[in-house]
Design a protein around this ligand. Structure first.
Ligand code: SF4
Length: 484
């Protein structure tokens, strides 16, 4: 196999998951899934760069020689100490004082940061860009610049490129080159939460399912998996066949929490192995007693931009009993249920949003507000308090909010590897009307709409939000059906 050329992308992938880098190089590109996370990071980075350098940057070596204030598209090549071929594309170079091969100026690399903390991979990219840039411009690169936010909120942070980091980078590059030369991919990453962001998740999910990987059991993250491996339990079927009491005793050394979770983990694995749901409270109350007398319900789902702490859309679907008094199933093809999206534009202020929400909810007095997960209840009650709602109003609102996810977890164990809405409603056969759309994609549309407008983008956001509400109804319907 030809020695690999280590690009920024391979290094970035490897730092997230060693298998990912291997698949980037050797995997079947047809198996890759598009993911919105990279597009989101790039669009944030672009906004930060445009705030830092409002003029369009120059391109490549010629722009460096012409002393452009900002340069993109410069390809840097070099070799590591262990003779590994390297290629890097700094996202942006900023002109700084100093003499270089290009004249009486030099450059330093700039990176955009998404969120509050820079990811681990940034350190390595900075070090790598700094080293290769120093070679190319024949002048030291003592610092890199990290920017975040945009406009007047742009944050700048200068970070020193230390020699110690270069030594670690050399070591990492040698390991990466070695692993890329292997014929077999590294194993699945221990903490599979990371897989949500990865374009190889479809392929890896298939493999995990096929092999009964322990991460397929809902409730098992990287740490618990290690504990189970220490006990000689390496797969879902093995966990399902374990004795819960013995496992609890074995896990007690890791603390009460892990001892107490043993029985639930074995039970979950058994349900997943059998494919049959298990009722946890067969003699207990119904999961949704509030629906017994309600004339109708509102399904409620919020879309958020977590980095901006912005709940930008509150969407509601109205569900009424049919003429015979029964709850309807999902809308039939060609049928649509009333959907009300309330956009929350920050420039309009929270007071206006609260007024609109209050007016809308008052149109359905006492109707339960069904949502999946705690986000909606927390956000709505906090909003009410901030807007000065009195205790009686907050109490009445709280009494209407009904978390379908919490009720489901209390009453049922399902053969699903996650109790998130996508996994549960998907298991019930619900299909979202827009293929491959997730929260990250919706957020990308939102940011694009805020920047460039576009009625189609907004419509897609509404469709996604409405579908999430209908998926919640699919779960409610299933719970009601089990009562019958
Ligand atoms: S899906 Fe997960 S295990 Fe597979 S390559 Fe990506 S991060 Fe690694």
């Amino acid at each position: 196999m030809a020695p690999p050329l280590i690009t920024d992308r391979l290094l970035r992938s490897w730092l997230r998951c060693r298998r990912r880098a291997w698949l980037d190089r050797h995997g079947d590109p047809g198996q890759r899934l598009w993911t919105a996370h990279r597009a989101l990071a790039l669009s944030d980075q672009l906004a930060s760069f445009q705030s830092l350098l409002p003029e369009k940057p120059g391109h490549g070596e010629a722009a460096c020689a012409a002393a452009a204030p900002g340069v993109v598209g410069l390809r840097l090549r070099g070799r590591s100490g262990a003779d590994v071929a390297l290629e890097a594309h700094p996202a942006l170079l900023e002109r700084v004082p100093g003499a270089s091969v290009w004249g009486e100026h030099a450059y330093r690399p700039v990176l955009g940061r998404q969120g509050r903390n820079p990811p681990r991979e940034h350190r390595w990219l900075r070090a790598r860009w700094g080293r290769l840039l120093a070679e190319r411009q024949q002048a030291p690169v003592p610092q890199a610049l990290v920017v975040a936010g945009a406009g007047r909120a742009l944050q700048r942070e200068r970070l020193t490129l230390s020699g110690g980091l270069q030594a670690q980078l050399e070591e990492a590059l040698s390991k990466l080159a070695l692993e890329l030369g292997r014929r077999e991919p590294p194993p699945l990453v221990a903490d599979r939460k990371k897989c949500v962001l990865c374009s190889w998740r479809g392929l890896c999910d298939q493999e995990a399912r096929r092999d009964g990987h322990l991460s397929e059991v809902s409730g098992i993250g990287g740490r618990r998996r290690e504990m189970l491996l220490d006990q000689g339990i390496t797969s879902l079927p093995q966990l399902a066949a374990s004795d819960p009491q013995q496992l609890a005793e074995a896990l007690a050394v890791h603390g009460d929490q892990h001892r107490d979770s043993a029985a639930a983990l074995v039970a979950q694995a058994r349900v997943q192995a059998s494919g049959r749901p298990e009722c946890l409270l067969p003699e207990g109350p119904e999961p949704l007693p509030e629906l017994a007398t309600a004339p109708g319900v509102l399904l409620y789902d919020i879309e958020s931009d977590p980095d901006a702490r912005d709940d930008f859309l509150h969407g509601f679907v109205v569900v009424r009993r049919d003429s015979g008094g029964a709850w309807p199933r999902l809308p039939q093809p060609g049928e649509s249920w009333p959907y009300r999206p309330l956009l929350a534009l920050q420039e309009h202020g929270e007071e206006r949003l609260w007024r609109r929400l209050r007016r809308y909810l008052a149109g359905y007095p006492g109707w339960p507000l069904l949502h999946y997960g705690e986000t909606e209840a927390i956000a709505l009650l906090r909003l009410a308090r901030r807007q000065g709602a009195d205790e009686a109003e907050v109490t009445a609102l709280r009494a209407r909010l009904l978390d379908v996810h919490a009720r489901l977890r209390r009453h049922w164990r399902l053969p699903v590897n996650s109790y998130g809405l996508k996994a549960v409603a998907g298991w019930l056969g619900f299909r979202w009307s827009q293929n491959g759309v997730d929260g990250a994609r919706c957020l990308l549309w939102w940011r694009q709409w805020r920047r460039d407008g576009g009625a189609r983008r907004l419509q897609r956001i509404f469709t996604y939000n409405r579908d999430d509400n209908l998926a919640t109804w699919a779960v409610v319907r299933w719970l009601l059906d089990q009562e019958a």
